[in-house]
Design a protein around this ligand. Structure first.
Ligand code: MRU
Length: 359
């Protein structure tokens, strides 16, 4: 599996400090290049320009960014280092507004920092590095568990549709929506994944198609506007997507275009599943209406990959996410199991569980 984002520890007796290494997703599928950094500004930029993207992965990046900030701080006391770490967290929180995992990870790092403010400076920094690495490792385990729970929903499927990239590249390792597909593949099940290309930045074409091909999973790329036709033709048995934030009532924000697919799935009587770890649940946001939706630069639509495809001066509206009402969601699959409507009760029950499945 891909190592989307990792902490590379310092070597004993070696002067180079630990650092963050992440795949630069803006260069895929053409090149596999890595950003290696100990710089908070570079991590903020990487999140902003989508070198690292996908809700869980940006949470991990922010946590590692705070660990980097602690390590690079020139503070001579733990109290001052704590302050620098919190300032870095506040700054990283300004990078993107929709994925709750970003804010969840920053809050967790702040709580751990505050709880260990009595430690000696080096021990304090080590503790923060440990926490950031734990966030990454937990995400890997959670996504694996999502795959184990989700694979049951693919048992009768030949064709499954997905949108954007909710795979390995969006998380520490297995992905969310793609995790059941990896598990099914390991078990020898033949599946065909229809990946929508995902305008305007083509996460489906550049990332999902690429990573599934790397894994030897059968994938067919379609332009976004082909989804209705492909469903009508009977090629799709289920739709599986990830999430950037799930409100208390089950309304789900995900990459722009997801709501359209959910509507189409309902029209064609195809089950529509959302797969996400509990770190994507936001019980403080009552319904999808209150989820902040990121707007991106006009140029991503008018000249996304270099050549201009719209007239100079045209007005553009570019929301990066939309909200799928809970009523269109057949089930929400997380690391603890499967939430069904009524989601308000079912999601709360899932979040209260602590176990993950065997395997
Ligand atoms: O703008 P992006 O590429 O960060 O959007 C990502 C998505 O919408 C994913 O589907 C979502 O974060 C789930 S990732 C497991």
């Amino acid at each position: 599996m891909l190592k989307t984002i990792e902490w590379i520890p310092s070597q004993p007796g070696h002067p180079v400090p630990g650092y963050v290494r992440l795949i630069d997703q803006t260069r895929l599928p053409g090149e596999i290049t890595y950003l290696e950094t100990t710089d908070v500004q570079e991590i903020w930029d990487a999140i902003k320009v989508l070198k690292v993207r996908g809700a869980p992965a940006i949470g991990i990046a922010a946590a590692m960014g705070m660990a980097v900030a602690a390590q690079q701080s020139d503070a001579t006391s733990t109290a001052a280092c704590l302050q620098d770490t919190e300032t870095a967290g506040d700054y990283l929180a300004t990078s993107r507004p929709t994925a709750i995992n970003l804010f969840w990870a920053i809050d967790r790092m702040k709580r751990v920092a505050q709880a260990h403010a009595e430690l000696e400076l080096n021990a304090f920094i080590d503790r923060l590095v440990m926490e950031a690495r734990a966030i990454r490792d937990e995400d890997e385990a959670q996504c694996r568990a999502i795959g184990e729970h989700g694979v049951a929903f693919l048992a009768e499927c030949r064709g499954v549709m997905t949108h954007c990239n909710a795979g390995s590249l969006a998380t520490a390792c297995y992905g969310t929506a793609l995790a059941p597909m990896y598990v099914a593949n390991e078990r020898g099940q033949q599946l065909t994944v229809y990946a929508g290309e995902t305008r305007p930045l083509l996460q489906g074409a550049r990332l999902t198609a690429w990573e599934l091909m790397q894994a030897g999973i059968d994938v067919i790329l379609i332009a976004d506007n082909m989804a209705a036709h492909v469903m009508q033709a009977g090629r799709i048995d289920a739709v599986m997507v990830g999430a950037d934030r799930i409100a208390a009532n089950g309304d789900t924000a995900n990459k722009i275009g997801t709501y359209g697919l959910a509507t189409l799935a309902r029209a064609h009587d195809i089950p529509f599943y959302v797969l996400a770890p509990t770190t994507t649940f936001d019980f403080e946001t009552e319904t999808g209406v209150d989820i902040p939706i990121e707007e991106r630069a006009d140029s991503e639509i008018t000249e996304g990959f270099g050549s201009r495809t719209a007239p100079d001066g045209v007005q553009v509206y570019s929301p990066a996410f939309d909200v799928t009402p809970a009523t269109l969601v057949s089930a929400i699959i997380c690391e603890h199991g499967v939430a069904h409507p009524d989601y308000r009760a079912s999601l709360a029950e899932m979040a209260g569980r602590t176990s993950t499945p065997e395997g």
